[in-house]
Design a binder for this molecule. Structure first.
Ligand code: ACO
Length: 430
């Protein structure tokens, strides 16, 4: 057996040996857990750019290569050959299901799609102009008040029921958040439909007429769910893990993840990206916006460009671009000015040294907004759709953390730069 490897850290006359941990893929990891005890020092890493906060077997990203694997399977193969609920099973349980296991899982998820009837009152308590993400944060958090029988995190069966409930009910919650804001009646789930078709129907059907789900749109919807299902330790997933590390119940933890996802640097980027494309309006204004993105004195950034981890093409963006072409073709939206602007903007940015030197490539959000808008979703629904897709990732990471015997409450340290101890000054002397 190979000798365990260590790195040496020397400072102030001290020498500390740090074990080097070898992952199955990706760079080695220095184990600094004993650093404070042995060296009386902390490490400083705002934004966690060099810090692993957990070990995980769920998702692997090679940002340099533009590779994304779920349990080892490449995302492009999953997007092409699999479907969302099968990917959910894979993320949750670690292996692709047998035909019988998949059928059982799909049946279980389907049977949990309804919301407690009383939850409708929760929706009705919001203003009609509430952002659907605000409604989702509130309603998902409130699930802990409705589903007490699955909040005991120490009971593996309760954990599993909570996982199934969250995956099953999230489309209903997102669709109802939308229906409420447009003043239409809530549409109840239908168990004879697949996951994506059911969501489309709950969003777009009205009681006055039949609604038929187009299978091409259902497939595109399913693909959007699949492409967003998990993405290792991103901001919202880390938020879920941090919330869960205190022993909080699963519904509270997922509500925390939704809150984090809302920001424009994360899940809100697809909404921000489409709004930006509309503001650009036509390809002839692209140089002006590229110049603004490069200007250090202008806070404007090209939305849908750049990624903390991918320093190459986001593999999800490639699949999403294909889907955008298919959906717009099906809907007969030829010569769509937004798509034309997006394609030219992508080319212009890729040809510009500013973006290539900083390794800024289109991310998954660059094309997803175009598809969602073509399907009939308003921009305010883009991030809720991301949240519903990512729920399985959050839940799988939450489950993995709770099953990890090394689990500790998350408690980062700080580099304190404030005042040292000083005496209180009486108000008349200030
Ligand atoms: N447009 C213009 N310049 C950019 C962009 C952009 N979209 N993204 C990064 N840069 C520049 C920064 O100004 C910085 O330049 P500097 O080194 O000269 O100061 C450099 O590239 C590095 O940027 P950071 O912000 O330090 O990189 P970080 O890894 O922290 O940020 C992020 C990643 C937040 C995604 C960033 O690229 C961004 O804001 N992109 C636009 C928003 C977006 O699309 N978010 C979606 C992310 S994917 C997802 O959540 C599904």
């Amino acid at each position: 057996m190979a000798e365990p490897r260590t790195a040496k850290l020397t400072f102030d006359g001290k020498e500390i040996e740090l074990p080097i941990l070898s992952p199955t893929a990706g760079p080695d990891v220095l184990d600094i857990r004993k650093l404070y005890a042995q060296g009386d020092v902390f490490t400083y890493d705002p934004g966690f750019t060099s810090t692993a906060a957990c070990d995980s077997t769920i998702t692997f990203i090679d940002g340099g290569k533009g590779e994304l694997l779920h349990r080892g399977y490449p995302i492009d193969q999953l997007a092409e050959k699999s479907h969302y609920l099968e990917v959910c099973y894979l993320l949750l349980y670690g292996e692709l299901p047998s035909a019988a296991a998949l059928e059982k899982f799909e049946t279980t998820i389907t049977q949990h799609t309804m919301l407690h009837e009383q939850m409708g009152n929760f929706f009705r308590g919001f203003r009609r102009d509430a952002h659907p993400m605000a409604v989702m944060v509130g309603v998902v958090g409130a699930m802990s008040a409705f589903y007490h029988d699955s909040t005991d995190i120490n009971d593996p069966r309760q954990r599993e029921i909570a996982s199934h409930r969250l995956i099953a009910k999230m489309p209903t919650i997102a669709a109802w958040a939308y229906k409420y804001t447009i003043g239409q009646p809530f549409v109840y789930p239908r168990n004879d439909l697949d996951y994506a078709s059911n969501f489309l129907r709950m969003c777009f059907a009205v009681p006055a007429e039949e609604y038929h789900v187009d299978p091409v749109l259902a497939r595109a919807m399913d693909r959007i769910f699949t492409l967003h299902a998990d993405h290792e330790q991103n901001a919202s997933t880390s938020t879920v893990r941090l919330a869960s590390s205190s022993g909080a119940n699963p519904f509270a933890c997922i509500a925390a993840g939704i809150a984090c996802l809302w920001g424009p640097a994360h899940g809100g980027a697809n909404q921000a990206c489409l709004e930006m494309l509309k503001e650009i309006g036509s390809p002839d204004r692209i140089p002006e916006f590229i110049a603004r993105a490069k200007d250090k004195d202008d806070p404007f950034r090209l939305m849908g460009f750049g990624h903390r981890v991918y320093k190459n093409f986001d593999p999800r963006a490639t699949v999403m671009k294909q889907s955008a072409d298919e959906v717009l073709d099906l809907l007969g939206v030829e010569n769509n000015p937004i798509l034309a602007t997006a394609k030219e903007l992508e080319q212009a940015a890729l040809a510009d040294p500013y973006f290539s030197e900083k390794k800024l490539f289109p991310n998954v959000d660059f094309y997803s907004g175009i598809i969602l808008e073509a399907m009939g979703f308003p921009t305010s629904m883009f991030t809720p759709i991301f949240a519903l897709s990512r729920t399985v990732g959050w839940i799988s990471q939450w489950k993995e953390q709770l099953e990890d015997p090394q689990m500790k409450i998350g408690r980062p340290r700080q580099l304190y730069l404030g005042d040292t101890a000083r005496d209180y000054t009486e108000i008349e002397s200030r």
